[in-house]
Design a protein around this ligand. Structure first.
Ligand SMILES: Cc1cc2nc3c(=O)[nH]c(=O)nc-3n(C[C@H](O)[C@H](O)[C@H](O)COP(=O)(O)OP(=O)(O)OC[C@H]3O[C@@H](n4cnc5c(N)ncnc54)[C@H](O)[C@@H]3O)c2cc1C
Ligand SMILES: NC(=O)C1=CN([C@@H]2O[C@H](COP(=O)(O)OP(=O)(O)OC[C@H]3O[C@@H](n4cnc5c(N)ncnc54)[C@H](OP(=O)(O)O)[C@@H]3O)[C@@H](O)[C@H]2O)C=CC1
Ligand SMILES: O=C(O)C(=O)Cc1c[nH]c2ccccc12
Length: 426
C-alpha cells in the first residue's frame, strides 16, 4: 500500500503512465454538489481529485442556462456550506452572481478540478477493494484515456446531466430552428417569430416569458398538468413558508395549505389550460422530482393572451404543428423545454445503490451513502440545499474512514520502522 502511494506521487511524464492512485476520494462533477463536497473535505484535511467533463466549474450554470436566469429560491436556501453569499447579494441572486460566488468558492477552498475529463466508466474491484474510474481527456488535438484508482467515489454529476429530447413525429423534418432550453440564451434572435415552447415546467414558463419580453409570440405546450405557485405569498417567499410549515405540519396538510394560498393569490388557473396534478406540489416534488413552477411573471402573460397555452402535440409537418385537439399552428421555431435526466447509468457499473433512472434508490435523507465507499451528492430532488446537506454528510463520513485508515497506516509504518531498528542492532 505505501509503495503504491509512493509510486503515485512520482512524476507522471517520467513513467508515461495512464493511471493514478488517488489518496482520498474521486469526485465526479464540478457543479455545486461536487464543489461543496470538495470544500467540506478540504476542511477535514482529506485530499481528493475532482473530475469535470466541461472546461469550467458549474457548467450547467455557465453554459446551459439562459441569460436572464435568477435563482428562484431565496438566497439562504442556495448558498453552499462553509462560505455564505456576500451580504450585498439580493434575495434572488442572478445567474452571474451565483457563478461568481461559485468561482470564489472554488478559489477560497483551493479546489482545482481536472477539466475536460469525462468519466466513461467506474466499477468497484472486489479483489483489491478499489474503485477504478476510467476517463477520456479531451484536448485541442487529441483524446487520451486515463484511469483513477481510489478507495471512495463521490457521484456529483447532477439531476440535470443530459437534456431530454422527445421523439415526436415529424420533428426532425420540421424545417425551422429546434433547440433544447439548455441552448436558449435570450429571446433576442426570435424577435417577431412564432415559437412553440414544448413543456411547462420552470424552463418552459420562463422561456415563454422571455420570448414575450423580446416581442416574439410563444405558444406553450401543456400536455398534462402543472402546479403553479406564486414565488411570494403576501410578501413572503412561498418556499420559505412551506419550509416553516413543514416543521410543524405533515406534508399533505402543507400541500393543502399551499394550494389554498395559491388559489387566493392566483385565482383559478385551470381556465387558462393549466390543470393542476391530483398530487400536491411538495409531494409531487418528493416522489416524482417534478418541481412546481414558481411564477415570476409568465402567468400574467398567459392571462393577457401573450403566451398561448396549447394542449399536447400530435405531429410536426413543414412549418406547422398539429395538436392533439386537431388544431394546426404555423410556427417558425421550437424550444424543447422538456427537462433533464441523470447520466449515472451510462457510466457507473453498479446496480445496488443507484436505480435505473440514475437516482439513488433510497430517498432523502438516506440516498447519500452506498456500499464500498460509494457516495451520491445532489440527487435529493431538493435543489441546492439538498446538495449542501449531502456534501456535509459525505465529507464527515469519508473523513472518519480516511483518518482511521491513515492512523492504522502510520501505526504499521512505525512498527515496521521499530522492527528495522531492532534488527539492525544484531
Ligand atoms: C435552469 C435551472 C435553474 C435551477 N435553479 C435552481 C435554483 O434556483 N435553486 C436550486 O436550489 N436549484 C436550482 N436548480 C437545480 C440544479 O440542479 C442545482 O442548482 C445545481 O446545479 C445542482 O448541482 P449539481 O452539482 O448536483 O449538478 P450540476 O450543476 O449539473 O453539476 C454536475 C457537473 O457534473 C459534470 N458531469 C456530468 N457528467 C459527467 C461525467 N461523466 N464526467 C465528468 N463530469 C460530469 C457536469 O458537466 C456538471 O458540471 C436549477 C436547475 C436548472 C436546470
Ligand atoms: N429560475 C429557476 O431557478 C429555474 C429552475 N429550473 C429548474 O430546472 C429543473 C428542470 O426544469 P425544466 O427544464 O422545466 O424541466 P421539468 O422536468 O420540470 O419540465 C419538463 C416539462 O416538459 C414536458 N414534456 C416532456 N416531454 C414532453 C413532450 N413530449 N411533449 C410535451 N411536453 C413534454 C413535461 O410535461 P409532463 O409533466 O407532462 O411530463 C414538463 O412540463 C427543475 O428543477 C426546475 O425547477 C428551471 C428553470 C428556471
Ligand atoms: O429549482 C429547482 O430545481 C429546485 O429543485 C429547487 C427546489 C427544491 N425544492 C423545491 C420545491 C419547490 C420549488 C422548488 C424547489
Amino acid at each position: 500500500m505505501e509503495n503504491l502511494f509512493r509510486l503515485a506521487d512520482q512524476d507522471q511524464d517520467f513513467f508515461q503512465r495512464k493511471w493514478t492512485l488517488v489518496n482520498g476520494p474521486v469526485i465526479v462533477g464540478a457543479g455545486p454538489s461536487g464543489l461543496a463536497t470538495a470544500a467540506c473535505l478540504k476542511e477535514q484535511g482529506v485530499p481528493f481529485v475532482v473530475l469535470e467533463r466541461a472546461d469550467c466549474i458549474a457548467s450547467l450554470w455557465q453554459k446551459r442556462t439562459y441569460d436572464r436566469l435568477k435563482l428562484h429560491l431565496p438566497k439562504q436556501f442556495c448558498q453552499l456550506p462553509k462560505l455564505p453569499f456576500p451580504e450585498d447579494f439580493p434575495e434572488y441572486p442572478t445567474k452571474r452572481q451565483f457563478i461568481d460566488y461559485l468561482e470564489s468558492y472554488a478559489k477560497h477552498f483551493d479546489i482545482n478540478p481536472k477539466f475536460n475529463e469525462c468519466v466513461q466508466s467506474a466499477r468497484y474491484d472486489e479483489t483489491s477493494g478499489f474503485w477504478r474510474v476510467k476517463t477520456i481527456v479531451t484536448s485541442d488535438s487529441n483524446k487520451t484515456e486515463f484511469e483513477y484508482v481510489c478507495r471512495s467515489l463521490v457521484v456529483a454529476t447532477g439531476e440535470n446531466a443530459e437534456c431530454v429530447l422527445p421523439d415526436i413525429e415529424g420533428l426532425s423534418e420540421f424545417g425551422g430552428e429546434v433547440i433544447h432550453a439548455c441552448d436558449y440564451k435570450s429571446g433576442e434572435k426570435f424577435k417577431g417569430q412564432k415559437v412553440l415552447v414544448v413543456g411547462c415546467g420552470n424552463s418552459g414558463m420562463e422561456v415563454s416569458l422571455d420570448l414575450c419580453n423580446h416581442n416574439a409570440s410563444p405558444s406553450m405546450v401543456v400536455r398534462s398538468s402543472v402546479h403553479v405557485l406564486p414565488r411570494e405569498i403576501f410578501g413572503k417567499s412561498t418556499f420559505e413558508l412551506a419550509v416553516l410549515m413543514m416543521k410543524w405540519l405533515p406534508l399533505w396538510l402543507v400541500d393543502k395549505l399551499m394550494l389554498i394560498l395559491a388559489w387566493l393569490v392566483l385565482g383559478n388557473i385551470e381556465k387558462y389550460g393549466l390543470k393542476r396534478p391530483s398530487t400536491g406540489p411538495l409531494e409531487l416534488k418528493n416522489t416524482k422530482g417534478k418541481t412546481p413552477v414558481l411564477d415570476i411573471g409568465a402567468l400574467e402573460k398567459i392571462r393577457s393572451g401573450d403566451i398561448n397555452v396549447v394542449p399536447g402535440i400530435k405531429r410536426f409537418s413543414g412549418g406547422q404543428v398539429e395538436l392533439v385537439n386537431g388544431e394546426k399552428l404555423d410556427i417558425d421555431s421550437v424550444v424543447l423545454a422538456t427537462g433533464y435526466r441523470s447520466n449515472v447509468p451510462s457510466w457507473l457499473q453498479e446496480g445496488e445503490f443507484f436505480s435505473k433512472n440514475g437516482y439513488p434508490k433510497a430517498s432523502f435523507p438516506h440516498g447519500w451513502k452506498g456500499k464500498a465507499g460509494l457516495y451520491a451528492a445532489g440527487f435529493t430532488r431538493r435543489g441546492l440545499s439538498g446538495a449542501s446537506s449531502d456534501a456535509m454528510r459525505i465529507a464527515q463520513d469519508i473523513a472518519q474512514v480516511f483518518k482511521d485508515e491513515t492512523k492504522q497506516l502510520r501505526m504499521r509504518t512505525v512498527a515496521r520502522h521499530r522492527r528495522c531498528i531492532s534488527l539492525s542492532q544484531f
